[in-house]
Design a protein around this ligand. Sequence first.
Ligand SMILES: Cc1cc2nc3c(=O)[nH]c(=O)nc-3n(C[C@H](O)[C@H](O)[C@H](O)COP(=O)(O)O)c2cc1C
Ligand code: SF4
Length: 650
Amino acid sequence: MVAYSHLFSPTRIGGKLVKNRLVMAPMLTGFAGLDGEVSSSLIDYYMERALGGVGTVIVEAACIDLPAGLETFHQLRLDHPRHITSLENLSRSISKYGARSFLQIFHAGRQTSQFITGVQPVAPSALACPVTREVPRELTVTEIEDISERFVRGAGYAAMAGFDGVELHAAHGYLINQFLSPHSNNRNDRYGGSLDNRMRLLLDIVKGIKSNSPGLLLSVRINIDDFVDGGLVPEESLIICQQMEEAGVDLIHCSVGTYESGLTSIEPSSYPEGWRIYLSEQVKNAVNVPVVGGGMIRNPQAAEEVIAKGQADFVFLGRSLLADPLWPVKAREGRIQDIRPCISCNNCFSSNSKGLAVNCTVNPWLGNEGRKLSGANRSVRKERVDVIGGGPAGMQAAISLDKLGFAVSLYERQEHLGGLLNLASRPPHKEDINKLSQYLIRQVESSEINIHLNTPYAISTLSDNRPDHIIVATGSKPRIPQIDGWDPGFCCSVEQVLQQEVILKGKRILVIGGGRSGCEVADYLIGDDNESTIVEMDRFLAATMEKKNRRALMNRLEEGKVKRLLSARVLEVHPGQASIKIEHGQIVSLEIDTVIGAAGFTPHNDLFFQLGQHHVSTFLIGDAYQVSGIKQALDQGEMLAQHLYRTRGR
Ligand SMILES: Cc1cc2nc3c(=O)[nH]c(=O)nc-3n(C[C@H](O)[C@H](O)[C@H](O)COP(=O)(O)O)c2cc1C
Ligand code: SF4
């Protein structure tokens, strides 16, 4: 039986049948070639998502005007007919699995950099982008008309390449949005001032595409709210949507935010599921063409409710499909626990904004879809593998080995699987990490893996089992700060606090170390009448954390009145008092009740060295090898399994 009957009900866009209500949101991957060519990684990436059951795929932003319109080096291009052939391979790889294919067409306007394009950015007005700080050159009317024609020609190339449709990128602070928004457009000719003038470029392009490529479906992605002072707001956006409908647009794709609006688009984990669906609901009430809504949709039930309540006709999924391309098919079959959850950590976006190819914390195969092996039971003899440690690295290795046909035994000395994920999910807004842990545990429990909980691994286990390979994934342990006066009577670790072995209420707390875990434990303690001070040697707190999640965390620490001493070092601690060296060598004392050591973690790997003496095929992965977090743990677990599969029997 099909779960989520609204979500999986077919419908039409501009007369063309679409099999369900799920739309893959456009996401720049950085997988295109330097000259904008479609690569085999890009084809594999989209094919995997089409195969995963999404009804409509909107391929990432392709640039129609080189060089000024480019946002990143490895971006698709649609400025010349020579790109048609490779784009046709891409459209075919999507449509052969029954998904509708759209290509997003794009001009960056002022949201790019001379470093990327080699020329000064262009925009409706010479107003600097507050994020890049580059002042763009104001476009002339002739140039605007030329860009309009380039969009129309680009759409024609997309039609020739076999796409069902194109999507005009009129959102997120890029060129068309810059014209629409009074915040970035202060022209006083026919492209500025009144709303009619500001939407002239958009409507000219819409009309041009409709007349030049009549069979091509046309979607427009538009900000319903820019979420910047003086920007586009729903009152005007709804009028624009009605005008677009009149001009023949087939689909309206609602979005929000610009570079400078901060956290509201590509949101950090602190934003609730589907929080901005009220905006597509307003559009739906204002127009008759189909409307796409979404943002932070992770759960099929939430998506189902959007459709059932009539808040949108389609739901877009962005990061959920990076994390698990099979999200739609698993949802349709009611296998919700088997969906690998996106944890909204934004590593994907952060790699993208650094100009790197997109990658995902929870999905080791993102960008390597074509190289994945799935060869269960192809081995002549089942090789035996003992995996030691039930944290993310150990669980991922065990799951992947089991799928590849190995006989796997998993040993965990605690009574639960999960390892450090259990701890990492405790601070505020980290609940998704618990979902990831539950997902991995479910994959282990539903496999043929022999699970041994409460079972430390010893040399005797090795002689009893006689495994072909041993994988040590014993994780990490907290590093105890080397501070004079450290005494467990009033000093404890982050781990002890998060595990509630130490309960802190109404205390003056000194947190030593302002990396991610120090900041998160201070966040965790807000609200219990505690007064926390974080002391950090660096000039910034949580300096290596992803920007949006960091900003959200810093906002909470500020609101929670957590104090900070930066470029500072704790010299000694005593019951009631700590002495701290701050900038310029000055020494201050702080009244305290409790000290929390947040000096990071160190590999826990003694067993590896012991076992390595007895068994030639012993491997060390995850934090036990080098403390580096969930992504590296999952990647190493998966990649080692693939390696053992490729070299089996040798
Ligand atoms: C890595 C990455 C690249 C993106 N690139 C684009 C893009 O090319 N065009 C676009 O309209 N939105 C882009 N977005 C925004 C997404 O389409 C989507 O609106 C956003 O991720 C929020 O939805 P989600 O919570 O479902 O991920 C990108 C997002 C990410 C994470
Ligand atoms: S990197 Fe993080 S935010 Fe991006 S898709 Fe993966 S889990 Fe989600």
